[in-house]
Write a protein that binds this ligand. Structure first.
Ligand code: NAD
Ligand code: DAU
Length: 349
């Protein structure tokens, strides 16, 4: 089949494309704007494949999206392109509204015309979304596919909005769609603004480790390759019109995660005798509107599609720390314009 993937130079998109090229026989067209978060270096392992093509383009360009979809004639669109970092959405929400909402609207229009013109009854539009649309949990409970939407940051509100648009195009125009809502991903090729790669890089460079607030906020961590496998199952075997939640069943406080990284670094990169990586942990001002806890009930995707994550947090985080230590060239290439300044403290832009 022909897969059109948006945002394929990003963290999850590149994992999806590496999976599609390495594990299947499908053709892939990647559309990416190459923002600060998009790096073609993440696709080096597959970029020579004759089943892979890249178009440097912005999903906010409606005419370009229509032209690409009309020419490529995809069987599947996997839509991952987005502004993805919560802290950036606090400081500068405009880009999130443009890319996540208007960009999704453009793709839906292009997909609808292609679906109607081609008569391809097997066509499917897969929107890749987040568990953050469901809001914040207390100590108990899990997000299910029936949980009411309650987004609380500009990022999650823009993703919730795009989820609603996708469902509306399904209901109103009969466009075959599926939506997946996933928990926090981690793993190789993640831009070092997110918690796990930032903490690995900072321990490596012996810089302070900024933990927001008291570090008790909880996230459910999923290895990115397990997410890519889940997305492939959904886009090939999922039922049109349905939503699937995806999560790792790996709930950890942020402080636990940071301490685990420090402990792994003690063995992979032992510091001088009078110093411990945990000494770098610094509690800083909390994120505004910081969601307390996310946790996913994954029983639907397990029951209906037979998906299970292959990595535990312990196996995945160890591989991830090792990968960052062995891939400093990638880290330097992607972070050359990234100053690591603290983001998301409501600095109006
Ligand atoms: P990312 O920030 O690493 O990558 C986003 C990619 O989209 C980049 O390659 C960027 O260049 C591209 N992009 C941004 N704006 C664009 C535009 N206007 N036109 C074309 N390309 C554009 O993001 P990610 O972490 O890989 O997330 C991918 C998707 O998965 C997003 O939709 C995100 O909301 C969702 N998601 C992420 C997580 C997570 O933990 N990272 C969890 C659940 C869902
Ligand atoms: O839940 C899925 C979401 O997970 C995705 O939709 C988002 O695209 C992705 O960015 C992620 O959002 P989070 O806000 O949970 O991820 P982040 O890595 O920014 O932060 C994880 C937790 O760590 C959060 O509670 C804030 C905290 N944190 C983060 C950073 C960057 C710190 O304590 N210190 C930091 O420096």
């Amino acid at each position: 089949m022909k897969f059109l993937v948006t945002g394929g130079a990003g963290f999850i998109g590149s994992a999806v494309i590496r999976f599609l090229i390495n594990e299947t026989d499908h053709q892939v067209l990647n559309i990416d704007k190459l923002t600060y978060a998009g790096h073609l270096e993440s696709l080096t392992p597959i970029s020579d494949s004759d089943r892979y093509q890249f178009v440097h383009g912005d999903i906010c360009d409606a005419a370009l999206m229509q032209q690409i979809v009309d020419e490529f004639k995809p069987d599947r669109i996997m839509h991952l392109a987005a502004e993805s970092h919560v802290d950036r959405s606090v400081d500068a929400p405009g880009e999130f509204i443009e890319t996540n909402i208007i960009g999704t609207f453009n793709l839906l229009n292009a997909a609808r015309k292609h679906f109607e013109d081609s008569g391809n009854q097997d066509f499917l539009f897969h929107h890749i979304s987040t568990d953050e649309v469901f809001g914040s949990l207390g100590d108990e409970g899990f997000f299910t596919e029936e949980t009411r939407y309650d987004p609380r940051s500009p990022y999650s509100a823009s993703k919730a909005s795009s989820d609603h648009l996708v469902r509306a195009w399904g209901e109103t125009y009969g466009l075959p769609i599926v939506v997946t809502n996933c928990s926090n991903n981690y793993g190789h090729y993640q831009f070092p603004e997110k918690l796990i790669p930032l903490m690995i890089m900072n321990t490596y460079n012996q810089k302070s480790l900024p933990v927001y607030g008291d570090g008790s906020n909880v996230r459910d961590w999923l290895h990115v390759d397990d997410h890519a496998r889940a997305l492939y199952l959904v886009v090939t075997e999922g039922k049109p019109g349905e939503t699937y939640n995806i999560g790792g069943k790996n709930e950890k406080t942020n402080l636990d995660v940071v301490q685990t990284i420090c402990d792994l670094m003690e063995s992979f990169n032992p510091p001088a005798r009078d110093f411990a990586y945990r000494d770098l942990i610094t509690h800083v001002t909390d994120r505004p509107g910081h969601d307390f806890r996310y946790a996913i009930d994954t029983s639907k995707i397990e029951r209906e599609l037979g998906w299970q994550p292959q990595e535990t947090f312990e196996s995945g985080i160890e591989k991830t720390v090792e990968w960052y230590l062995s891939n400093q060239a990638w880290c330097e290439a992607v972070s050359k314009d990234y100053s690591q300044e603290r983001l998301g403290l409501k600095t109006v832009k």
